[in-house]
Design a protein around this ligand. Structure first.
Ligand code: HEM
Length: 501
């Protein structure tokens, strides 16, 4: 580890360390790492078939470190860290709210949010303003998730919203890429800030839930066709309490159900924006560095939506299914997620579950280990993807090349029963954002101008130590850092320029 303090960026995301170790020491596709006292002993999984068995069949629970990490954002009872019957119940409540058919009904609302974002980009282009792309996209993706799951307009793109400021503040307190420094981890203010922010976040979501509850109980829920998550939760509550929704309206929501619902909505809002915004940052960035891919994706948008980019929003609202025709765009997003997956899964090994080392054939015990199904290790393995593994090649994911994609090696959303509930929504959002902006603007990272943003008041501006020393991984200056999920360093300073069309 000491060696990497010198040769890698000091704030690089810890999920890149197994990649560095594998490259430097030619390690096998499964190996143990003892990081005492920093973490539990690890078993790193870089073998897609073993990864698949763990995710789909092993019944391994999420590791407790994940619970501690997510709690400030999703409370005690959230879908990412819940287990057993409670997880099953909440997953099945929300599943219909993430189905393709429901998501298609949400395209017009998503388009409206993206049009706001495009108008902001336009202002930035007009003023030639340097800005942090991650901040702008976070506000966009929070606005979208608010509409899609709780029918709430955070309006955070153009004004300050209390909830969004609180969630950003809470994220800033999480252990992050600085946390190898013990003074950072043991900051005595952290638990106090977690507690305070949690109370405020709960109050904000609790009010939305209570308002919906009071109007919902007076309406016949069966007549509601839309499967919006907040109504799905309330309908479950009414059913559990034998309330027929047209009967007496003196029902008071049980405190335990209310807290579970609040925790899950907080979690969905967090998980529903944080990873998606980073993905869009990297999509702009990688496309800006690949003129052929950028030309190909723009040509596809012209072919599907016509050559006037200003007309695309209306066309999309009227014919949302056109989004499914964007084969190349989908390939771009999948390649972006291969190179820059924002998350992965950590499980707790269990008695009686062994992993067969594919090299030696030895059976390796898992009990007592943190099992890291390490997505980025598989995504950037030359053994699996070939010598151009670190290059941006969207064509890998075109249907005609599907037989060359190594099975189970692409897992940004994880797989099996605990896979990402929001993956279709994420892909839909990213595609809509690209369709409505790529032909209007050139957006590029501007790391060379980073110093000009040092006083911008964002949560990125505070950590000056991260700007010293080596500033790239695999030749990429927009390397990932840990801030809740994996995000582009410094929130990706960027500039937008209007295009002629
Ligand atoms: C590019 C965007 C996204 C990526 C890369 C991503 C990735 C992931 C990954 C890797 C997991 C598994 C986590 C684990 O095993 O601990 C996960 C789970 C989850 N994600 Fe996403 N996610 C994305 C977008 C979304 C969106 C838009 C939502 C919508 C609210 C969402 C909600 C969730 C939830 C609720 C879970 C837990 C599912 C369960 O355990 O049943 N994610 N995601």
């Amino acid at each position: 580890m000491g060696k990497y303090r010198q040769t890698k960026p000091v704030r690089v995301h810890p999920h890149l360390f197994p990649n560095f170790l594998t490259e430097d020491y030619d390690l096998p596709p499964v190996y143990y790492v003892d990081l005492y006292p920093l973490s539990s002993p690890l078993l790193v999984i870089h073998d897609p078939e073993i990864a698949q068995d763990i995710a789909a069949n092993s019944g391994m629970k999420k590791h407790p470190t994940l619970k501690d990490y997510i709690k400030p954002l999703g409370g005690e009872n959230n879908m990412i860290t819940m287990e057993g019957a409670a997880w099953k119940k909440w997953r099945s409540i929300f599943n219909p709210g993430f189905s393709s058919s429901y998501l298609m009904t949400q395209v017009p609302a998503i388009v409206d949010c993206v049009l706001d974002f495009a108008s902001i980009l336009d202002e930035y282009a007009e003023k030639n303003k340097l800005f942090r792309l991650e901040e702008a996209l976070t506000r966009l993706t929070i606005d979208i998730i608010g509409k899609v799951i709780i029918d709430h307009d955070f309006k955070s793109q153009r004004s300050r919203n209390a909830f969004v400021e609180l969630i950003r503040a809470q994220i800033a307190w999480l252990p992050n890429s600085q946390s190898l420094n013990p003074f950072h981890i043991w900051n005595p203010l952290r638990p106090i800030m977690y507690w305070l922010n949690t109370r405020r976040l709960d109050a904000y979501i609790g009010k939305i839930l209570d308002d919906r509850f009071s109007t919902h109980s007076a309406t016949d829920s069966k007549s509601r066709k839309q499967k919006i998550s907040i109504d799905l939760a309330l309908e479950t509550y009414f059913k559990e309490n034998n309330h027929n929704a047209t009967g007496p309206d003196n029902l008071v929501m049980d405190a335990e159900f209310r807290q579970y619902a609040i925790d899950n909505f907080k979690l969905l809002i967090f998980a529903g924006h944080d990873t998606t915004s980073s993905t869009v940052c990297y999509a702009y960035h990688l496309l800006s560095k690949s003129p052929s891919a950028l030309a190909a994706i723009r040509a596809e948008h012209d072919a599907v939506f016509g050559t006037n980019p200003l007309a695309a929003a209306e066309i999309l609202k009227n014919s949302p299914h056109l989004i499914n025709k964007l084969e190349y765009t989908l390939a771009v997003v999948r390649e972006v997620l291969r190179l820059f997956p924002p998350a992965s899964t950590v499980r707790i090994g269990r008695e009686g579950y062994f992993v067969k080392d594919p090299v030696t054939g030895k059976m390796l015990p898992t009990e007592g280990f943190l099992i890291w199904v390490h997505a980025i290790g598989m995504h950037r393995s030359p053994r699996l993807w070939g010598p151009d593994v670190h290059s941006f090649v969207p064509e890998r994911f075109l249907p005609e090349n599907s037989s060359k994609v190594p099975p189970n090696a692409w897992r940004p959303f994880e797989k099996g029963p605990r896979n990402c509930i929001g993956q279709e929504l994420a892909l839909l959002e990213v595609k809509i954002i690209l369709v409505l902006t790529l032909r209007m603007f050139d957006v590029r990272a501007a790391y060379g101008e980073l110093d000009k943003l040092s006083g911008d008041g964002s949560l990125w501006a505070k950590d000056k130590a991260g700007r010293k020393g080596v500033q790239e991984t695999w030749g990429e200056e927009a390397y990932q850092v840990l801030l809740a999920s994996a995000k582009p360093r410094e929130g990706m300073p960027a500039r937008a320029r209007r295009r002629e069309f």
